[in-house]
Ligand binder design. Structure first.
Ligand SMILES: Cc1cc2nc3c(=O)[nH]c(=O)nc-3n(C[C@H](O)[C@H](O)[C@H](O)COP(=O)(O)O)c2cc1C
Length: 249
């Protein structure tokens, strides 16, 4: 139907990479395209740190829970919400963004995410593969120190990019008809019982993990979600982001 739709339909996160480098010019082209992503009210409140230095990637891997792909991928991109340019423009006019409301934290994070996904797609379109890395928020302050982020900048997520050295099967997604609502939430094309939908997904995901030799439970997805968010994940994040100048109270 279209190359972009095919690309999305076939994509999968890649965590094993060849050691071949990625030309800086190619990374630039990917990012230039990504920066054409829509941006809320044209605020362009993002920055990207490109990291190729093996020593920094080694340290990032430790901060992100010893994820080996962070070391092995030749390129690591840190997608940051960045309020410094807005602050500068406001300061020149005698104002400040300090103690601003939650909206600016949210839209800058959305901006960074749209650029990140656009970069991911642009990278895939030239044959690069990768995986996003949310674990940069395990210790948002340490990640900021390592990447030299000033106040009013935080790393929303990272991305490993390189040339794939694996072709894993796709992870199943939930039933399409349980995710698209018509006119109002809850009005589905196929009004199946939610428990049944989730049971079916648990079974499909458990089968996927078992086929890869990854330990799981029969209630795979439900079990993972329950474990991941109770107790609260990264419960120091709100304070760390507030210290960086993002108000998520
Ligand atoms: C914001 C975000 C953060 C992620 N963080 C990590 C991560 O730290 N480590 C990792 O291996 N995968 C990470 N992933 C990849 C997801 O685990 C992956 O997209 C999901 O399991 C679905 O698999 P798929 O991308 O192969 O379809 C992240 C994905 C997103 C969107």
């Amino acid at each position: 139907m279209s190359e972009t739709i095919d690309l999305l339909n076939n994509r999968v996160s890649i965590r094993k990479f060849k050691s071949d480098p990625v030309a800086e010019d190619l990374v630039d082209r990917v990012l230039r395209a990504a920066f054409r992503a829509p941006t809320s009210s044209n605020i362009q409140s993002y920055s990207v740190i490109t990291v190729q230095d093996p020593d920094t990637r080694e340290k990032l891997a430790v901060l992100t829970g010893n994820q080996r792909h962070v070391v092995e991928a030749p390129v690591f991109l840190a997608f940051c919400a960045d309020l410094t340019r807005i602050e500068h423009a406001m300061a020149q006019r005698g104002h400040t963004i300090v103690d601003n409301n939650m909206e600016i934290g949210l839209v800058s994070s959305i901006d960074a995410s749209l650029v990140g996904m656009s970069a991911y797609l642009a990278a895939e379109s030239v044959g690069l593969k990768g995986v996003m890395i949310g674990a940069v928020r395990n210790d948002a302050s340490a990640t900021a120190r390592l990447l030299g982020l000033p106040a009013q900048v935080y790393c929303v997520f990272g991305m490993c990019l390189g040339w794939a050295d694996e072709a894993p099967p796709q992870k199943p997604r939930m039933d399409f008809s349980s995710m698209v609502h018509y006119e109002r939430h809850g009005a589905l094309r196929d009004n199946r019982d939610l428990s049944q939908t989730l049971d079916d997904y648990d079974a499909a995901l458990a089968g996927h993990y078992r086929s890869k030799g990854i330990a799981t439970t029969p209630d795979s997805w439900g079990h993972d979600m329950d474990k991941k968010f109770d107790p609260q994940l990264r419960d120091n994040l709100r304070q760390e982001l507030q210290e960086r100048g993002f108000d998520f109270r």
